[in-house]
Design a protein around this ligand. Structure first.
Ligand code: ATP
Ligand code: MG
Length: 263
């Protein structure tokens, strides 16, 4: 199963990715977290790794090289660049070179690439790489991929979701976040994703949860789970530490139960 976590900037996507990864791992799944956010770099810390893996972008010849090849291909009339190292139809997790995948006790992390320099150009090559990598990533029985998406909906425009089975839209208590989740559902359906559900995050009262849930249900988006505001998460994010067990880790168990019962 390939799940992507989407939503408004700051709604808690990376937090939910980390909570889900830890919970699936605790249930015996071999988890591959795919960091597909080209801006933020702290996911590896949340997951408890000392360093991020070397981006896959380096494996395919760096963003600069890829962009140049894209330019040539585009000008020659081809719409897509070829990525030599990704021409295999199937990429198994064990085929990913060790410097490009961090592993700890059943939890693995790969990183597509980050914008590092001003004026280095747009993130389109990372989008192409994310899409190709996810499409070719072959998961064995007991393996699950959880993708941390960039904020917003541009990734749908890049077609990254075409091989994703389930989309979870993270909704924090704000109108903008709710609206974006509804947009995510619409775009995911257009990309052929089987299921899109909302996860409410940073919830501080039953009343707020109910209001959000009712509004989303009224507009056709089912809430699959609720994660409460957790001071331990706030503190870990403030300090840049790994996420510790807290109320949110308990909440995420219900989310995983619900996802597994529906898939
Ligand atoms: N359940 C929660 N309880 C308390 N604080 C939370 C919770 N979830 C997220 N946060 C807070 O929200 C902030 C943003 O979370 P996170 O980095 O996971 O969001 P994001 O959607 O990945 O952001 P970005 O769009 O920048 O990638 C964190 O710094 C943390 O303080
Ligand atoms: Mg994030």
């Amino acid at each position: 199963m390939k799940i992507s976590i989407c939503g408004k900037g700051g709604s808690g996507k990376s937090t939910i990715v980390t909570l889900l990864a830890n919970e699936f791992k605790a249930r015996g799944y071999r988890v591959v977290v795919v960091d597909s956010d080209e801006s933020n770099s702290g996911l590896y810390r949340m997951l408890g790794f000392d360093h991020p893996p070397i981006p896959l972008m380096e494996l395919v010849g760096s963003k600069k090289g890829l962009k140049e090849r894209m330019a040539v291909k585009f000008s020659s009339g081809e719409s897509e660049p070829k990525m030599e190292k990704l021409t295999l139809n199937k990429i198994l997790v064990k085929d990913i070179p060790p410097q490009h995948i961090k592993e700890s006790d059943g939890l693995r992390l790969v990183n597509i690439g980050k914008i590092l320099h001003s004026l280095e150009g747009c993130a389109c090559p990372m989008g192409v790489l994310s899409r190709e990598f996810l499409a070719k990533l072959y998961l064995d029985e007991g393996e699950i991929a959880i993708v941390d998406m960039e904020a917003g909906v541009e990734h749908f425009g890049r077609g990254i979701e075409t091989s994703i089975d389930e989309v979870l839209a993270v909704v924090e208590p704000s109108f903008e976040s709710l609206e974006l989740a509804l947009k995510v559902k619409q775009l995911a359906a257009g990309a052929g994703v089987k299921n899109t559900w909302a996860i409410l995050n940073k919830i501080t009262s039953d009343e707020i949860a109910m209001r959000l849930k009712d509004e989303l249900a009224r507009r056709g988006l089912e809430v699959i789970g609720i994660v409460h505001h957790d001071p331990k998460i706030f503190e870990a994010c403030l300090e840049g530490h790994r996420l510790e067990e807290g109320v949110a880790s308990k909440d995420i168990r219900g989310v995983v139960d619900a996802v597994l019962s529906k898939t």
